[in-house]
Design a protein around this ligand. Structure first.
Ligand SMILES: [Zn+2]
Length: 256
């Protein structure tokens, strides 16, 4: 199995998984870069998997669907055109010989799902715009509580899970994380690492849950240092619960 990123728009990643049985893409917001990649590599597309309805994740489906040999799999949302198999919490998806379990993670959008596979020693998670490296997606449609619970579900996955996100937002997220936790050495180190990676025109993804637990403040809303940082910024009581820490953090990031 091989997983590659195809760049789309300014900072989207379309993930392409190739196995002995075929090729699948996740969240093709644009068709052109995918078609280019398929032509250059002389491969055919089997399936398309979708995480949520935003245009920069589904915009390429109509064009790509003309030439796939399999099907389009996505959330149970009638506003997304072209889905052949609608999936929801717990659905087991088999694509190109890989098994994925669907996890519903509403918040960024209400239809947002993730695809989790533990076929291999190193589990894989494709989580669209819910968890980013060192950050998380904006809360557009759901509540902060829903988004917090979705992030906690991701946190409960095996620690060696590789995290494939929908955007290259890592460095900007790390700058915010550094502001929130100025003494976090792992964040400082990862800023330097990501700068080099990006200078070489490489992706900072996938990340891993193990790394994210160190550098992503949204996964550590139970951390007393973060709670203090929030209290300092918002002059709030130190007794706020973890989901309120999440809400403060997300609002802080929105205005950062
Ligand atoms: Zn989105």
């Amino acid at each position: 199995m091989n997983i590659q990123s195809i760049k789309a728009f300014n900072d989207n990643y379309i993930w392409l998984i190739s196995t002995n049985e075929g090729n699948l893409v996740i969240d093709p917001g644009e068709s052109a870069p995918v078609l280019d990649f398929l032509t250059k590599n002389k491969i055919e597309l089997t399936d398309i998997l979708l995480t949520h309805h935003h245009y920069d994740h589904v915009g390429g489906v109509a064009e790509l669907k003309k030439s796939i040999t399999g099907k389009v799999i996505g959330p149970n949302n009638f506003n997304i055109e072209g889905i052949d198999q609608k999936v929801s919490e717990g659905t087991l998806v088999n694509s190109c010989g890989l098994n994925f379990r669907v996890i519903e993670i509403p918040g960024h959008t209400l239809d947002h799902i993730a695809y989790f596979s533990d076929d291999n020693k190193q589990p894989l998670l494709f989580c669209g715009d819910t968890l980013f490296s060192a950050g998380c997606g904006r809360v557009f449609e759901g509540t902060f509580q829903q988004m917090y619970e979705s992030i906690m579900r991701i946190k409960s996955l095996p620690i060696n899970t590789l995290i494939y996100c929908g955007h290259e937002y890592t460095l900007a997220n790390l700058k915010f994380a550094h502001q929130v936790e100025p003494n976090n050495v792992d964040i400082k180190k990862h800023i330097e690492f990501c700068k080099k990676v990006l200078q070489n025109n490489q992706a900072t993804l996938p990340s891993s849950l193990k790394l994210e637990l160190k550098i992503n403040p949204f996964l550590r809303c139970d951390d007393d240092k973060l709670r203090e940082s929030i209290s300092h910024k918002y002059d709030s009581s130190k007794s706020i619960d973890d989901s309120s820490v999440f809400e403060y953090l997300r609002k802080w990031k929105d205005s950062f």
